[in-house]
Design a protein around this ligand. Structure first.
Ligand SMILES: C[S@@+](CC[C@H](N)C(=O)[O-])C[C@H]1O[C@@H](n2cnc3c(N)ncnc32)[C@H](O)[C@@H]1O
Length: 433
């Protein structure tokens, strides 16, 4: 029943936006209560777009209510936000969106608030243009980004900040990576197109396929057989930068869930150690290796403390896909902007520096280290690579260019939306032979 779906979405969105729950957890807990896959899809759309646009429509609802319901009745507050999301973002028919939202008030067992909810949504419709002009006046309510992040983007990327935030709010394509050990890209495209999937080859990434919309990939032909994995194109650049050859010893230092590790293994016959600090997340590496029919040595440990897991043999390649603010992937993870705090960035910087300086001694002379984040903040990116170069006399930056993005003082930055990719930073550092 649609009303129940909206009521469930309102409860879930309140948990995400007001109590710090993750979208994934909320979806996993609530979706099994809906039998119809169309209701589950609506729940996902409401939760994702509700989280993505919370900071715009939460401010609007505050302006429309005399007394905020945010603390007193969080699910009703979230339901009002969802009412505006349905009208403005999901573009449902006005009548249907309002009627179903008012109906959901009853499903939330607050029938006494049905009149208020109806009145607030009607007032939005009447005063829409003025209210939208007010919301558009500030970057944080225009683009639904936290004020600290809008400011940080304007400081780091004054010319691109607006476009970056707009890209964070657009639906990303679904990108796959063909497992070249098990299929050819063209053969996979033919197979997918024959079953109704509009897959095309990415214009410059060798292993990437693009589909216009997200879908349940587990139902796609070839999934169980490990013919492909889901991976944004920006993440697929890592394997090119590693310049692999058969026989190399490679460390993927921050490996879960194993996307880049598997790509490296698909590219060459390497001796790969996949290290991860979080044991439950490491289990996901194991599952991905199994599905894609690949082999690696799995290690659980802290990349910043190699004495606990390193056996003393240097690595020819080290990939550090560092823990970071994830500010480059907000389009795919719409709840992150609600949970990240400004203070997290300095904490991430300290962690990234600790990991990079602990791993540099493990690199063989002549070897290369690829440092990556899915952050768009310079403090986590070129600042980290620059600090290593300043501290290690045997480190040299390797120059490279990509078809999209821009050179940083060290390395290369793709911003969200460049080439319709996620935002990602890359630096390649070589140890003098
Ligand atoms: C950006 S994700 C890696 C994504 C992965 N490379 C992929 O392509 O699928 C960063 C990972 O680093 C792990 N991590 C964080 N701190 C770590 C540490 N000190 N040592 C090892 N792994 C760490 C996190 O648990 C997380 O799984």
């Amino acid at each position: 029943m649609k009303a129940d779906t909206r009521a469930l979405a309102a409860r879930g969105l309140a948990e995400i936006a007001l109590r710090g729950a993750s979208l994934r957890d909320v979806m996993e807990r609530h979706a099994p209560r809906l039998a119809d896959p169309r209701d589950r899809a609506l729940l996902m759309a409401l939760l994702s777009e509700g989280a993505r646009w919370w900071l715009r429509f939460d401010a609007a609802i505050d302006g429309l209510l005399e007394k905020s319901l945010r603390h007193k009745d969080p699910a009703i507050h979230a339901l009002l936000v969802l009412g505006l999301v349905q009208l403005e973002i999901l573009e449902l028919q006005d009548y249907a969106a309002v009627a179903a939202t008012v109906e959901a008030v009853r499903a939330l067992q607050r029938p006494q608030l049905a009149g208020l909810v109806n009145a607030v949504l009607r007032r939005w419709q009447r005063e829409r243009e003025t209210l939208i002009t007010q919301l558009d006046a500030k970057p944080q309510t225009r683009h639904a980004h936290p004020a600290w992040l809008a400011t940080a983007l304007q400081n780091d990327w004054p010319e691109q900040a607006d476009a970056v935030m707009a890209a964070d709010n657009r639906e990303p394509p679904l990108m796959l990576r063909v497992n070249r050990r098990r299929s050819e890209r063209e053969a996979l495209i033919v197979q997918l197109q024959a079953t109704g999937y509009a897959a095309t080859a990415h214009p410059w990434l060798r292993d990437a396929l693009v589909l216009p919309h997200s879908t349940d990939i587990t139902r796609m032909p070839g999934f169980e057989d490990g013919l492909f994995a889901v991976q944004d194109g920006a993440a697929q650049v890592a394997a090119d930068l590693a310049e692999l050859e058969d026989g190399l010893r490679v460390l993927d230092a921050c490996a879960a869930p194993g996307g880049k590790a598997c790509h490296l293994l698909e590219r060459a016959d390497i001796d790969l150690t996949a290290l991860e600090v979080d044991a439950p997340r490491a289990e996901r590496i194991r599952q991905n290796l199994m599905r894609l029919r690949l082999n690696a040595k799995l290690a659980i440990g802290d990349a910043g403390a190699p004495k606990n897991w390193w056996k003393g043999q240097p690595f020819d390649r080290i990939l550090i896909d560092a823990p970071c603010s994830a500010t480059g992937v907000l389009r795919r993870r719409p709840d992150v902007r609600l949970h990240r705090r400004e203070s997290d960035v300095a904490a991430m910087h300290a962690q990234q520096r600790r990991i990079l300086s602990a791993l540099w001694p493990l690199l063989a002379p002549g070897g290369r280290l690829v440092y990556i984040t899915c952050s768009v903040l310079r403090m986590e990116n070129e600042a980290i690579a620059g600090e290593l170069l300043a501290a290690q006399p045997d480190a040299r930056p390797v120059a490279f260019t990509l078809p999209v993005g821009r050179a940083a003082s060290v390395g290369w930055q793709i911003l969200p939306g460049d080439g319709d990719l996620d935002g990602m930073y890359y630096a390649v550092l070589q140890k003098q032979p």
